[in-house]
Design a protein. Structure first.
Length: 252
C-alpha cells in the first residue's frame, strides 16, 4: 500500500478531478485494512529455488532482495511493502524489511528482512522476525550510531519495535511501541536537543487509542508517551523524509 504525507502536518488532501463535470472521489476506508484471514501457509521455503533475479535498466543494475539465506529466489513465495534503512557511517551496510508471504496462495504475512554489506549487489535474507506471527506494515530506520530499527504492526493493531546492532543481520525485540494500523516513524538525527528521539504516527482506523495517533520516545524506543491527537485526524501519512522502494529490488 502507498504511504503518503509530509513532516508534521500528516495530512492528505485529494482534490476532485474535473472534466465537464465533477467526479466524486472514492471515500477513504473506514475500517482497518490489516486483518488475519488465512492461517500460516505451508512454507514455500521447503520447495524449489532458482537463481535470484538480476536485471539491467539503462546504466542501472537491479538485484533481488527477497531471497533465501543463500541468496536464491524462493519459488512460490511473495513479498511487498519494502522499507529500507542505511547505516549513515557506512552506506554499504543496509537492511530492507517487507511483508513476507510464504505462499502466493495465502495472504498470511510475516515480517521478512534482508541485509547487505556491499552496497546492495548481494542480499542475504536469514528469515523473518518471528515464525508464524502475523505482521504487517514494516518500517525501518537508523540512528546516527548505525543502529537499525524495525517497527512492525501486529494482528491486534499494536506495534512493537525491534533493533539490530549487526546491520540487519539479526534483530532483537526492544519493546511494545503503542502505534496502530498504517504506522510510520522517524528518528531525530539532527544535533538538536531532541537528538535520538523517535516519533510515530498511525491511522485513525485500526486504532486502540480512541483516535489518538501520535507518540514519542525519548529513550530509544524503550517507552513511549501516552498517544495524543493530531489536528484534523489525517487518515494516512508519514513523518520525516526517507526513501521507500516500491519493489523488492535494490537498484544502484
Amino acid at each position: 500500500m502507498l504511504r503518503l504525507g509530509l513532516v508534521t502536518t500528516l495530512s492528505l488532501l485529494l482534490a476532485p478531478v474535473a472534466f465537464s463535470q465533477t467526479i466524486a472521489r472514492k471515500p477513504l476506508p473506514t475500517e482497518p485494512l490489516e486483518k488475519y484471514d488465512n492461517p500460516p501457509a505451508a512454507p514455500a521455503r521447503a520447495l524449489a529455488i532458482s537463481s535470484a533475479l538480476v536485471s539491467q535498466f539503462a546504466p542501472y543494475t537491479s538485484y533481488q532482495v527477497n531471497v533465501d539465506a543463500n541468496g536464491n529466489n524462493i519459488v512460490g513465495d511473495a513479498a511487498n511493502e519494502p522499507s529500507i534503512c542505511v547505516d549513515p557511517r557506512n552506506p554499504n551496510r543496509m537492511s530492507i524489511g517487507w511483508r513476507q508471504f510464504d505462499s502466493v496462495a495465502s495472504n498470511f504475512r510475516e515480517a521478512g528482512f534482508a541485509y547487505t554489506i556491499n552496497g546492495g549487489t548481494r542480499w542475504i535474507a536469514p528469515g523473518v522476525l518471528q515464525n508464524n506471527v502475523f505482521r504487517s506494515d514494516p518500517v525501518l530506520n537508523s540512528d546516527t550510531t548505525g543502529r537499525f530499527f524495525y517497527l512492525s504492526l501486529l494482528q491486534n493493531f499494536f506495534v512493537d519495535l525491534w533493533s539490530s546492532i549487526t546491520g540487519g543481520q539479526s534483530w532483537s525485540m526492544v519493546a511494545p511501541a503503542d502505534g496502530g494500523d498504517k504506522q510510520w516513524f522517524t528518528i531525530d538525527n539532527t544535533n538538536s536537543s531532541g537528538h535520538g528521539f523517535q516519533y510515530q504516527c498511525w491511522s485513525t482506523d485500526g486504532n486502540n487509542f480512541n483516535g489518538r495517533q501520535f507518540s514519542r520516545s525519548t529513550n530509544g524506543g524503550l517507552t513511549w508517551m501516552n498517544p495524543i491527537n493530531i489536528p484534523e485526524y489525517p487518515q494516512v501519512g508519514h513523518i520525516g523524509c526517507r526513501f521507500q522502494w516500491q519493489s523488492l529490488h535494490w537498484r544502484r
